[in-house]
Design a protein around this ligand. Structure first.
Ligand code: KG4
Ligand code: ZN
Length: 339
């Protein structure tokens, strides 16, 4: 089954053609990063307009790369939640209209389920159940993937997502948007012990965590240094921050491995591209004798291939979007977003 998938939840307009959930026939990602970098972060209104301008071109390119006509696809899928609502509406309405104009099924897809499915594209042998750490720009959660379409949240952030924290710290350090890759790079030449940064503990919820204290500590550190006329060691602060994020996420995932006796662990989402997190997860996998699966870097960030993969399993489970299908800015990973 060949699915044409569209993704437009944030600042990437993407389209892909995926066969049977596992094979990428084409994947096109048109990023708006350069535009939003001018403002130091994503401007939702601009994102929506840019999706409008790009969605037809990107879809036509994906079909061309797959050497297919739109009538050759068996279904159309689009991200319908969660994300920036104006941005989501562009891809969701475009995908829906295209599907119904061609008399094909429309499959609404949850963006975070898509991030997990990115792993299926890289590992043909991977099947649920498995434990997942989601670390993206908008979400940070520990999730048990019980089946391709059943999810149980075991823990998560009480405030900012990991990616959000990276982007805010990057802003404070003046390294621009998006922060994650830039902080990762700076940290390569830094001493992680240079700055003492706080850890978070949530009473009676050991698998939950928080990034706001960490973020505030970095902001205060930078402001205090500025007031005293001191210069911050940006490499050292980036390295100390990466270490603090790893200290927040990895021990909790490890605790969840012990609790659930999971044998397979996935890490997905934009922050799964972080080199320090990847290394710490490898060490954890060795310690706990679990198999670790992480998407290759180009599938960690937003793309439509992952949406096409998840769409296949949603389709198998009977998910069909109707003409009234809406888009939603927020939606739990376990929620059925099909109207
Ligand atoms: O999953 P994603 O592409 O978009 C959302 O669904 O939110 O995640 C984007 C986030 C951004 O916050 C970005 O700074 C972060 O992923 N990111 C990274 C790295 N690459 C991207 N964070 C840390 N280290 C990286 N190498
Ligand atoms: Zn994403």
């Amino acid at each position: 089954m060949k699915i044409l998938a569209i993704e437009s939840s944030c600042d990437e307009t993407a389209a892909a053609v995926i066969e049977d959930g596992r094979k990428i026939l084409s994947s096109v990602v048109d990023t708006q990063i350069a535009t939003h970098a001018l403002y130091g972060g994503v401007v939702p209104e601009i994102a929506s307009r840019r999706h409008m301008e790009a969605v037809v071109r990107v879809t036509e390119q994906a079909l061309k790369d797959a050497e297919m006509d739109k009538h050759d696809v068996d279904a159309v899928a689009a991200t319908c939640a969660p994300g920036l609502i104006g941005a989501l509406l562009v891809g969701a309405n475009f995908g829906k209209s295209l599907a119904f104009a061609m008399n094909k099924p429309f499959i609404p897809v949850h963006h975070i389920r898509g991030h997990i499915a990115a792993t299926y594209l890289a590992y043909p042998e991977l099947k649920p159940p498995f434990l997942t750490l989601i670390a993206s720009g908008g979400h940070s959660e520990i999730v048990m993937v019980k089946s391709y379409t059943e999810f149980e949240i075991l823990g998560g952030t009480r405030d900012d997502a990991a990616g959000e924290a990276f982007d805010k710290v990057a802003r404070v350090l003046g390294v621009g948007y998006p922060g994650g890759p830039k902080i990762d790079k700076l940290a390569q030449d830094g001493d992680a012990k240079m700055y003492k940064l706080p850890d978070s503990h949530i009473k009676d919820a050991p698998l939950d965590f928080s990034f706001s204290g960490l973020k505030t500590a970095v902001i205060n550190l930078a402001h205090n240094a500025e007031q005293k006329g001191e210069t911050i060691d940006r490499n050292g602060l980036a390295a100390s921050f990466c270490a603090a994020v790893v200290r927040t996420l990895v021990p909790r995932l490890e605790m969840a491995v012990k609790q659930t006796h999971a044998r397979r662990v996935v890490c997905a989402g934009g922050v799964a591209a972080n080199s320090f997190l990847r290394a710490a997860l490898q060490d954890m996998a060795k310690r706990e004798h679990v198999q670790l699966f992480m998407p290759p870097l180009q599938l960690c960030g937003d793309n439509a291939a992952m949406i096409g993969s998840q769409a296949y399993y949603e389709y198998q489970a009977g998910t069909r979007g109707k003409t009234l299908q809406n888009a939603y800015a927020t939606a739990d990973i376990g929620k059925n977003i099909c109207d």
